[in-house]
Design a binder for this molecule. Structure first.
Ligand SMILES: [Zn+2]
Length: 477
C-alpha cells in the first residue's frame, strides 16, 4: 500500500494536517461517539455519522475491509433517558430499544454502514468500574460522598486537546461548585443514583447504587474494543470539550500512555436555513422527519439526497442545511441516475477512479470528490461508457445509493403512461382553455394549481405556425 504519503487528516490534537499512518495496518482502529438513545436523531446528529462512514469506507478501501475496526457506542444510561422514560410512562429498556432501532433504520437509510462493533454502556459497567479503580489507585481520582471524581490537578497537561489551560478554566468556572470537589474542574466518573433510577453497586467499595458519568463510558468501551491506544477518534466539534478532553484524561492516566487516539477528527456545526437548530425556533429537523414525514418542504426526501447534501460541504466547515441544498442534491442524483439508467451490466469490475480516492485522502475532501463525479458525468454524457461505469463505481464508493431515486423516476414514468390520467389531464386542459378564452383567469389558474398539486406541470407555448397557444404537460419528478 503506497497511500500513506498522500493520506492526510486534520488532527485536532496537533492542529495540523498530518500524514495518516496507522499503528497497525492490519488493524486500523477508529472510535466515534454514538447516540444517547432517548429521541430521534436530528440532522445535526447525522452529520458525523455520514462523515465518519465516508472515512470508514476510505479506510476499508486503503487497508482492506477486514483490516479496519470501527467502534461507535450507544449511550443507554443517562439522565435524559430517565426523564424521557418517566415522561412517557415506559420502561427505560423499552425507550432505549425503540430509539436505538429507529437510529439504525435512519442511519442505514442515509447509506451508513453499520460500525464493526456497537457497544452499549450498560453492558460495560464492569470495565468502567475497573478503570475508575485503576485511576483511584494511581492517584488520579478520589472518592467523595458516594461520587468518584477525576482529579484534574493530577494530570500535567490536562486541557491539551482543546487547547485550554487549567488556570483559565478554573477562572471561568461557575461560582457554585459541588462541595465535595477538590477543584471546580474535577469531573464525575461515578455518581449515586436516586430512588427509581438505574443503578449498580459502585467501584471502590461504594455500596449505594450508582451509575457512571458519560465520559468514562467511551474510555472504557474504547479500551475494551480497540486497546489502550488506537488510531482515530471522531465526533462533532461540540464534543472537544469537555467530553473528549476528559476521555483523554481518563484513558491516558489509567493506562499510563502518551496518547489515547493519535488522530482526533471533529466535524463542524450544522445550522438549518442559516439558524442554529432549536425546538423553540421550530426548525428542529430529525432524520425521521426528512425520510418519513413531510415537515421540510411539504414532502419526504430520499436518503441519498440527504447524504449528498451533507457531503457537499467539507466536514470541518460549518454546514448550512437548507431545503435548497437538498433539492440541489436530489436534482444532481436524478441527472446522474438518468445517465446510469442505460448502464451496461458489465460495470461491476470497474475500479474506483484514483482522482476520487485522492480527493478523499486529502483530509476527506468531499466537495472535491463530488467535483470528480461532475467530471465523470460530463464525459459520460459525451458518450464515454468507461466514465459512466466509473461514475457508478464512485457513487457506490461514497455510499450514495440511487435505488430510491430510480424507484421514484420509474413511478413517474409509469404514472405518465397511465391512459386514465392522460384523459383526465387532457379534459382539464380543455376546460382551462375554455376558461382562458372566456377571460376567466381565476378559473384557469385554479385548474393549473389543481394539476400542480398532483405533480402535473403544464407548459404553454405559442405555436409559431398557427399563432395559437398550445398546452402540453409532464409529471414533475
Ligand atoms: Zn465519547
Amino acid at each position: 500500500m503506497s497511500f500513506d504519503h498522500a493520506f492526510k487528516l486534520t488532527n485536532t490534537l496537533t492542529r495540523t494536517k498530518d500524514v495518516f499512518v496507522p499503528e497497525d495496518r492490519t488493524n486500523v482502529r477508529m472510535y466515534v461517539c454514538g447516540p444517547t438513545v432517548y429521541d430521534y436523531a436530528h440532522i445535526g446528529n447525522a452529520r458525523p455519522v455520514v462523515v465518519f462512514d465516508t472515512l470508514f469506507r476510505l479506510l476499508r478501501h486503503l487497508y482492506g475491509a477486514e483490516h479496519v475496526t470501527y467502534v461507535r457506542n450507544i449511550t443507554d444510561v443517562d439522565d435524559k433517558i430517565n426523564a424521557r422514560a418517566a415522561a412517557e410512562g415506559v420502561s427505560i429498556g423499552e425507550l432505549t430499544e425503540r430509539t436505538a432501532a429507529q437510529y439504525h433504520a435512519d442511519m442505514r437509510a442515509l447509506g451508513a454502514l453499520d460500525p464493526t462493533i456497537e457497544p452499549r454502556a450498560t453492558e460495560h459497567i464492569a470495565e468502567m468500574k475497573a478503570m475508575i479503580e485503576q485511576l483511584v489507585a494511581k492517584g488520579h481520582a478520589y472518592v467523595a460522598e458516594g461520587h468518584v471524581l477525576f482529579d484534574v490537578g493530577s494530570m500535567a497537561d490536562y486541557g491539551k486537546l482543546s487547547g485550554r489551560s487549567l488556570e483559565d478554566m478554573q477562572a471561568g468556572a461557575r461560582v457554585e461548585v459541588a462541595p465535595y470537589k477538590k477543584d471546580p474542574m474535577d469531573f464525575v466518573l461515578w455518581k449515586p443514583s436516586k430512588e427509581g433510577e438505574p443503578g449498580w453497586p459502585g467501584p471502590c467499595g461504594i455500596e449505594e447504587p450508582g451509575r457512571p458519568g458519560w465520559h468514562i463510558e467511551c474510555s472504557a468501551m474504547a479500551r475494551r474494543h480497540l486497546g489502550e491506544t488506537f488510531d482515530i477518534h471522531g465526533g462533532g466539534a461540540d464534543l472537544v470539550f469537555p467530553h473528549h478532553e476528559n476521555e483523554v484524561a481518563q484513558s491516558r492516566c489509567s493506562h499510563g500512555t502518551e496518547v489515547m487516539a493519535r488522530y482526533w477528527l471533529h466535524n463542524g456545526f450544522l445550522q438549518v436555513e442559516g439558524e442554529k437548530m432549536s425546538k423553540s425556533l421550530g426548525n428542529f429537523i430529525t432524520v425521521h422527519d426528512l425520510l418519513e414525514t413531510e415537515k421540510l418542504g411539504g414532502r419526504v426526501w430520499p436518503g441519498a439526497a440527504i447524504r449528498l447534501a451533507l457531503l457537499m460541504t467539507h466536514y470541518r466547515q460549518p454546514l448550512d442545511f437548507t431545503e435548497k441544498s437538498l433539492s440541489e442534491a436530489e436534482g444532481l442524483l436524478q441527472k446522474w441516475d438518468a445517465l446510469l439508467a442505460s448502464m451496461p451490466a458489465d460495470k461491476a469490475d470497474t475500479k474506483v477512479p484514483d482522482a476520487l480516492v485522492e480527493a478523499l485522502c486529502d483530509d476527506l475532501n468531499t466537495p472535491r470528490a463530488i467535483a470528480v463525479l461532475h467530471g465523470l458525468a460530463r464525459e459520460a454524457r459525451g458518450g464515454d461508457t468507461q466514465a459512466k461505469a466509473a461514475l457508478a463505481a464512485s457513487l457506490d464508493f461514497l455510499g450514495v445509493d440511487l435505488t430510491g431515486i430510480r424507484a421514484a423516476a420509474e413511478e413517474v414514468t409509469a404514472r405518465a403512461a397511465d391512459p386514465e390520467l392522460a384523459a383526465r389531464v387532457d379534459g382539464l386542459i380543455a376546460e382551462r382553455n375554455a376558461a382562458r378564452a372566456a377571460k376567466n383567469w381565476g378559473e384557469a389558474d385554479r385548474i393549473r394549481d389543481l394539476l400542480a398539486a398532483e405533480g402535473v406541470v403544464l407548459k404553454d407555448a405559442r405555436n409559431a405556425d398557427t399563432g395559437t397557444v398550445e398546452t402540453t404537460w409532464e409529471l414533475a419528478r
